[in-house]
Design a protein around this ligand. Structure first.
Ligand code: ADP
Ligand code: MG
Length: 447
């Protein structure tokens, strides 16, 4: 069975009208993906759907096609798609608009950072489908430029991100303001049980659709590796990766905007063409970088998690996790920028000596092995003075803490139980021997 495409099915057999089918054919789509062949007929029936499928499996068309199929030109403001970033609003609106080319339906992106007047003009023309970020959507609604009362279908792309703490309140306000009965379709590559519960509050007897099954959360087309590296050697290793791997297009994810800037600066200094993408940049700068990325005019983009979700750009051959993400689900989305729609891709993660538990957490969530890789001629360099002093201070503090604890423990009646705690400060106690594939590293189970 094909992992991505449902090769036994055609779009023509899904019950779509000919204007929509024509758009799909012109996109070059031959067979629907699994999530498309399952979600589209259910959505056409009018069901509420909570859909999960891996990154790059065509979720946009899965929720976009049924909307194009159901709405008519008189359905002004008939559908609303909410997405977490401006870049994604532009991309999703564009894809739906292109597929719907022959339907006469208009799709408009509404997002912050672009002049209100430009978008207001487009809304005055009564488009049928709106794709936007929550803040600007609410703003436009308050200005009475975007009514909710005609809405027939509400969609959340990246539903788990839209319902996490940063957006939750906005989503509650927007969806809560839709008073008439309407259909809801929410999708993501990662949906935890907690998010599922939250999502259901906005849905009417939803169908849980998952094409992920019990296996891995990541597509098999992506080759996942990690490299052990000292924090102060990361930039040197990154430069080596660019030289050795010769990426067609590489996306490098860092934890902070400051690191993004520093890393890009370093690469530029080393004569590698690198651009940045993060939320402190002006929107026109962000747009320019996205344009260059889509045109293949740049080889390396260093980005914050702003670019972690949804971005679909042909030719991204490599994703580097310069910093291990704290949240394992973020890893799934970051590496999902490569190996899309059945293509291959490389994912490399930098892991510093104290980050073993984070990597274990990622492997546990994704249910995939991330194998260790290294360059024979890449050696750790001695820590710079600043790091050396910090390390020494940390080691000293730790030793003092352990000493303190064992002094207390010796006075306790149940010394054995407490001794384990002293041996593994922080409470992470290994419960099993390391697996072979872990290269003899200790694997710990987090409770
Ligand atoms: P997801 O949201 O699941 O991560 P996207 O909707 O961004 O994935 O789609 C990934 C890519 O696959 C896009 O470039 C899209 O145009 C393409 N695509 C979607 N459906 C099909 C299909 N049935 N056949 C071929 N390509 C497809
Ligand atoms: Mg998507």
């Amino acid at each position: 069975m094909n992992e991505i495409f449902d090769t036994d099915t055609t779009f023509a057999s899904l019950g779509l009208r000919k204007e929509v089918l024509q758009g799909i054919t012109e996109m070059g789509f031959e067979h629907p993906t699994h999530v498309q062949s399952q979600l589209i007929p259910l959505a056409i029936e009018g069901k509420d759907i909570l859909g999960q499928s891996k990154t790059g499996t065509g979720k946009t068309a899965a929720f976009g096609i049924p909307v194009l199929n159901q709405l008519t030109e008189s359905d002004k403001f008939g559908a609303l798609v909410l997405v977490p970033t401006r870049e994604l609003a532009v991309q999703v609106a564009r894809e739906i608009d292109v597929i719907g080319k022959h339907t006469g339906l208009r799709t408009v992106p509404v997002y912050g950072g672009q002049k209100i007047t430009i978008q207001a003009k487009k809304l005055e023309r009564n488009p049928q489908i709106i794709v936007g970020t929550p803040g600007r959507i609410m703003d436009m609604n308050q200005r009475r430029l975007l009514p909710y009362k005609f809405l027939k279908i509400a969609m959340l792309d990246e539903v788990d991100r839209m319902l996490d703490i940063g957006f939750r309140e906005d989503i509650r306000k927007i969806l809560g303001a839709i008073k008439q009965p309407h259909q809801t379709v929410f999708v993501s590559a990662t949906i935890s049980p907690e998010i599922q519960k939250l999502a259901r509050q906005y849905m009417d007897n939803p169908v849980d659709l998952s094409t992920v099954e019990a296996k891995s959360l990541t597509v098999s087309q992506v080759n996942q590796r990690f490299m052990a590296v000292q924090p102060w050697d990361k930039r040197r290793l990154l430069k080596m990766i660019v030289d050795r791997e010769k990426p067609n297009l590489m996306l490098v994810f860092c934890r902070t905007k400051a690191t993004v800037d520093k890393v890009a600066e370093h690469l530029t200094h080393k004569k590698i063409d690198a651009k940045t993408l993060h939320a402190d940049m002006a929107q026109n700068q962000r747009d320019r970088v996205m344009e260059q990325l889509r045109e293949g005019k740049v080889h390396v983009i260093v980005a914050s998690d702003l670019a972690a979700r949804g971005i679909d750009v042909k030719g991204i051959s490599h994703v580097v996790n310069y910093d291990v993400p704290d949240d394992p689900e973020v890893y799934v989305h970051r590496i999902g920028r490569t190996a899309r729609a059945g293509c291959d891709g490389q994912a490399i993660m930098f892991v510093t000596p104290d980050q073993g538990a984070l990597v274990d957490g990622i492997m546990e969530l994704t249910n995939t092995e991330i194998h260790e890789d290294s360059y024979d001629d890449f050696k750790d360099s001695p820590p710079p003075e600043r790091d050396r002093r910090r390390q020494e201070a940390q080691a000293k503090a730790k030793a003092a803490e352990v000493e303190n604890k064992s002094r207390k423990i010796n006075k306790l009646p149940n010394a054995q139980a407490a001794a384990d705690d002293a041996k593994f400060p922080g409470g992470i106690v290994p419960t099993a021997l390391p697996r072979k594939g872990m290269g003899g590293r200790l694997r710990t189970r987090r409770s």
